[in-house]
Design a protein around this ligand. Structure first.
Ligand SMILES: [Zn+2]
Length: 158
């Protein structure tokens, strides 16, 4: 059987430039949905623990990355944690929910063994430091929608 490149050899190439609108919906799945519902309804940050490795994953997930075991034990973790690393962007983007500069961080919440990616707020980007302690700031209950953005951001502890 001839390869595609062989079939196209000697043919003129036609290019058409256009755009396609593709609306879509993403399912968070059973574990992701429960995680988001706990944020929305109970203002709780939940993880799942591996019974073999004893690792607590936040956000919650269904399979352990190390042993591939099923994670069915749910644990609530603290809303406080440690900023592991961060970055600041000054580039605006229409899909971003906040104006620039946007500070993104990876936070390891107390009681969790993994990093949680989110935004930082109420902070001067120049004063950020890895290892600083931060705390989740939630939207008001009536504004929460079952989204990761029900947590507005993490702010440094005073
Ligand atoms: Zn495991």
């Amino acid at each position: 059987m001839a390869k595609v490149t062989e079939k196209l050899e000697g043919m003129d190439v036609w290019l058409y430039h256009g755009q396609i609108y593709i609306p879509n919906t993403y399912s968070a799945g059973a574990v992701g949905s429960r995680f988001l519902i706990e944020l929305r309804d109970n203002k709780k940050i939940m993880g799942t623990r591996c019974p073999i490795c004893n690792l607590v994953y936040v956000p919650a997930r269904s399979v352990c990355r190390d042993c591939f075991g099923e994670l069915s034990e749910w644990v609530e973790v603290s809303q406080k944690g440690t900023l592991l690393t961060y970055t600041v962007t000054y580039q605006s983007n229409p899909v971003q929910p906040v104006s620039t500069p946007i500070v993104y961080g990876i936070v390891q919440l107390d009681g969790a063994d993994t990093g949680f990616v989110h935004m930082l707020g109420e902070v001067d980007p120049e004063k950020l430091k890895a290892e600083m302690k931060v705390k989740a700031v939630f939207k008001a209950k009536k504004e929460r929608q079952g989204s990761i953005l029900d947590i507005k951001y993490f702010k440094p502890l005073a």
